[in-house]
Design a protein around this ligand. Structure first.
Ligand code: MG
Ligand code: MG
Length: 264
């Protein structure tokens, strides 16, 4: 069931989402060759709890009923989503998508950012740029009176111009007291199709874009999702509230990008 949020509820969602942005900014400070994704996980877990929130991913069950063992998902290079943090050091030229969820005062935050580790190739830089552009093109469509398919189509058409793959099996979603609420927000679809967007609808928009084929499969750990051709994948996600005229972005990349700009 889709339920629309009041302005007070949207403010609580904003706080949970801003905390995700701050957590990702903490990680931005330390992401460099040699760091492990397990170290990132420990930092994120501590930061979220120190701010009075709970990392919602920890213990989240997969279809086998197995709990996710960490507080963030870290998907490296050809991993698309749901990578389990591990002890392998990140290397110069890698990319790592860090997906983070919090629950604060009963409301959920959910946002993801793909980070370059050291210097990445121009090809990968373009994949990152286009995926992020697609996210904002989707957000532009998330206004009252439009339809879900308008968001989906904006994301898909932007990425496919570059020959990139748009993952079908994982999609954006409604968000509120629960991390995953109705409706689903696919990254592919026809303009003018799907449910009408109403003011107060809160959704996570999250393009998952591959450099090559959009075909994916699940790793043996029952979590990590990787590209079939082993080419890199990229993932950015914002939580937004639908409003009249312009979407209200509740999560933020500002602190992350301030830190990344100062590192250069
Ligand atoms: Mg997420
Ligand atoms: Mg999400």
């Amino acid at each position: 069931m889709v339920y629309l949020k009041t302005d007070d509820e949207i403010e609580l969602l904003r706080q949970a989402n801003l905390l995700v942005g701050k957590t990702l900014a903490e990680l931005a400070k330390v992401i460099q060759p040699g760091v492990t994704t397990k170290q990132l996980d420990r930092l994120a877990d501590e930061f979220i709890r120190d701010h009075g929130a709970i990392p919602t991913f920890k213990g989240f069950p997969n279809p086998h009923g197995e709990p996710f063992p960490a507080s963030i998902c870290t998907s490296v290079n050809h991993q698309v989503v749901h990578g389990i943090p591990n002890d392998t050091p990140l290397q110069d030229g890698d990319i790592v998508s860090v997906d983070c969820g919090t629950k604060l005062d009963g409301f959920c935050g959910d946002s993801c950012y793909t980070f370059a580790v050291g210097e990445v190739s121009d090809e990968i830089r373009q994949l990152m740029r286009v995926t992020k552009e697609a996210l904002y093109k989707g957000i532009e469509q998330a206004v009252a009176g439009h339809r879900i398919g308008d968001i989906s189509n904006a994301v898909q058409s932007h990425c496919e111009q570059y020959g990139y793959g748009v993952v079908r099996e994982f999609v954006g979603h409604g968000i509120g007291h629960d991390m995953h609420e109705d409706p689903q927000v696919p990254n592919f679809g026809r303009r003018g199709s799907g449910k009408m967007l109403k003011a107060g609808l809160c959704i996570a928009i999250e393009p998952m874009i591959t450099m090559g084929t959009r075909e994916i499969y699940m790793q043996e750990d029952h979590w990590g999702i990787i590209t079939r051709d082993n080419k890199p994948a990229c993932h950015y996600e914002h939580t937004i509230a639908v409003r009249k005229g312009k979407a209200d972005i509740l999560s933020s990349f500002d602190e992350i990008e301030n830190i990344l700009n100062n590192k250069q």
